[in-house]
Design a protein around this ligand. Sequence first.
Ligand code: ADP
Length: 560
Amino acid sequence: MKLKAKLTVGIGFLFIVILVFGILGIVSITKLNGDADNILKNNYETLVYDNNMLKSLDELSFNKQALTDFETNLKKQESNITEYGEGDATKQLRYGFEGLKKNPIDTISFRQMRQAIQQINTLNQNAILRKHEAAQKAANSAIFWLTIIFSVLTIISFTLTINFPDVISTPVKALAKGITEIANKNYKNRIYLDQEDEFKELANAINTMAEKLDEYENSNLAKITFEKRRIETIINQMRDGIIGFDENKNILFLNVVSEKMLGLKEADISGQYAPDIALQNDLMRRLLKDEDQHELKIYADNKESYFNKDVLKVSNEGKVIGEVIVLRNITPFHELNEAKTNFIATVSHELKTPISSIKMSLQLLRSTTTGVLNEEQVLLIDSIKDDSNRLLKITGELLNMTQVETGNIQLNILSCSPYDILQYATEAVKVQADQKHITLALKAADALPSVKADKEKTAWVLINFLTNAIRYSPEKGEVTIEIYKKDNQVCFSVKDNGKGIEATYTSKIFNRYFQVPGTSKSGTGLGLAISKEFIEAQGGTIHLESKYGVGSNFYFYLMS
Ligand code: ADP
């Protein structure tokens, strides 16, 4: 039965209960009221007339009005004949009365009339008794039936009151439970109701929804699993090592390359806390600790390989949820770089000897021992000499660079006088300075302590500073060379009033092959990079202060 029908039946039943009770009550009371009215009208009034007529009969002898009163009551009686036999008695009363009117002293009529009144009285009294009994019976019967109906209706109402709430609450509870299961992602759960109503329809709709959600979840899961496998395959096919961590540094995954590098299997360490693994594994320790170290030399698979380490933070909605370490295999580039360095070293070395002999031959030619040269020939020889000097400088820088790149800087650190280094360098650039009419201003503090340095390399750096200062200074400019003590260090500074260096380039100035855009390409861009390596290899520091359009100050510190 539908819920609507159930509600209609329940409420309809209550309506019928009220209706039946109302009708029954009204009918019973109306009937009892009618019976009482009948008794009053039919019989009680007759008794009143009879009494009045008897009274008038008694007063006939002395009251003339009595006859008239009698007739009035007799007429009322004649129009209120209700009982069997009452009509005959009334006729007899009329007959006696008519006789009495003709002969007022007729005692027979008198007696007949009294008897007739007596009879009418008796008939009506009996009728009152009879009707009272009938009314009592009707009242009893009404009470009986009302009690029966009341009892039956009470039982039915009581049963409904007990059972009806369950008709609604039981399925509502089942539905609520089913919906909670769905909310908890238990899409396999179904709602079963043993009734054919709207609740059943709702339960069926919810079951269908759960079925669809189940299908969706399964298809989604399959899709996600497929995607996961695809990504795993891609990661495993890569030549780079990839290791994933969650935000708490637990290992999430590692590909085949990183398995080989670490010498560990993903299945064994997946989900483990990386620092715990690092306790037993050197490479993991380096990967976790050396955040800034980008190039790693790793011995794995019976060979040395070079990897570039990139740490990628994985974030979601602005929150870091893990990181991925990518170890890019740069061994082929390393090998190529090594080949290049070796090639440059060999070529530079091989060029040095012929350039030196060219220089020597030029000197012989210039000294006129081989004959007198004309003015034009002298100019040509000077030009060739300049070029071979430059070539020698370049090959020297390239050779130094190869030493730096291979890590083969040969240092000969001794305690040396800063004055000696200063003198050596200034003498080396004197000719250059003179050519441009540049004054070299020397400011050397007194009693400077000796420094722990490789004299040759330190002088090389100072010469490089001076050569640049002279090159980038205007004709007749001034270059100041200063040495002074600062704390337990000695500072060597070269200041010029040249064009200076723009602030955007100062951070790159010590990079290999860097030249400020717009600079003549005659140099290599290696001088300052080599200077930095030489000074730092000796435990010193190198710096630049420059103001574009004002001049530059290159300086370094060495331990005294
Ligand atoms: P190179 O002089 O051979 O090009 P360096 O490493 O010695 O290489 O210098 C790199 C660059 O720095 C130069 O090309 C030049 O642009 C800039 N530079 C160096 N010294 C100065 C200086 N004193 N004034 C202005 N620019 C300079």
